[in-house]
Design a protein around this ligand. Structure first.
Ligand SMILES: Nc1ncnc2c1ncn2[C@@H]1O[C@H](COP(=O)(O)OP(=O)(O)O)[C@@H](O)[C@H]1O
Ligand SMILES: Nc1ccn([C@@H]2O[C@H](COP(=O)(O)OP(=O)(O)O)[C@@H](O)[C@H]2O)c(=O)n1
Ligand SMILES: [Mg+2]
Length: 209
């Protein structure tokens, strides 16, 4: 059993075979502004943005065999089996020329977290936690207008529950390790970014060309 697990780790090409990476997990409830702030971070710091949700939506679009399953899970606000999401993240990191990644919307539950650790041996440098009230997140999601199947009030309620039940424990785990940088995400985008910047060491700043 242990042997088989190790074997499949090798064939899945964990990043331990050579490529050393720096990872920051970006967590927070749906609509807390993870994607928005990641775009800002990428402009100022030498990180690439990997959104687990975007990778899953691209997988649906690609016509993958898993597409229907993923689409159904997203529509219900449920968390897709970790094998699928971790494979997509690993592929994206391996294919990238960068070695620094913002992983947005992952790990979303304890299974995501434990499996990612076991398979990749990657330990996050720190975890950004965007803290925002449900009332504000709901307002933002209903105004997002990206045609997402899960931005309707029924699915939003389910996603809030999944966040509280499954994702908060992951944040608490990293908090107990002293790795969480909690940010008040209820303010305007620029004000949130001013605080986000204080989380990133100057060593990651992009040098002006
Ligand atoms: N600080 C903010 N104040 C107001 N609206 C915001 C803020 N941050 C993001 N938004 C908007 O809220 C919606 C959700 O933001 P997004 O970055 O997609 O959040 P997440 O990835 O956490 O779901 C988007 O329409 C975005 O433009
Ligand atoms: N680690 C993850 C991330 C997203 N997802 C799925 O993708 C959906 C959308 O995730 P997202 O990160 O794009 O959503 P937001 O928090 O950005 O609104 C989630 O509700 C899950 O159904 C998942 O299953 N596992
Ligand atoms: Mg997002």
């Amino acid at each position: 059993m242990g042997f088989m697990t190790n074997l499949s780790m090798e064939t899945n090409g964990s990043l331990t075979d050579g490529k050393k990476v720096t990872v920051v997990f970006v967590l927070g409830g749906p609509g807390s502004g993870k994607g928005t702030q990641c775009a800002n971070i990428v402009k100022n710091y030498g990180f690439s943005h990997l959104s687990a949700g975007d990778l899953l939506r691209a997988e649906i679009q690609s016509g993958s065999a898993n597409g229907t399953m993923i689409q159904n899970m997203i529509k219900e606000g449920k968390i897709v089996p970790y094998e699928v999401t971790i494979n997509l993240l690993q592929q994206a990191m391996q294919q990238s020329e960068n070695d620094k990644f913002l992983i947005d919307g992952f790990p979303r539950n304890e299974e995501n977290r434990a499996a990612f650790e076991a398979i990749t041996h990657i330990v996050p440098e720190f975890v950004l936690f965007f803290d925002c009230s449900e009332e504000e997140m709901e307002r933002r999601l209903l105004g997002r207008n990206q045609g997402r199947v899960d931005d309707n009030i029924e699915t939003i309620r389910k996603r809030f529950k999944v966040f509280l039940d499954s994702t908060l424990p992951v944040i608490e785990h990293y908090d107990s390790l002293g790795k969480v940088k909690k940010i008040d995400a209820g303010k305007p985008i620029d004000e949130v970014f001013d605080v986000v910047k204080s989380a990133f060491s100057p060593k990651y700043e992009k040098v002006a060309a």
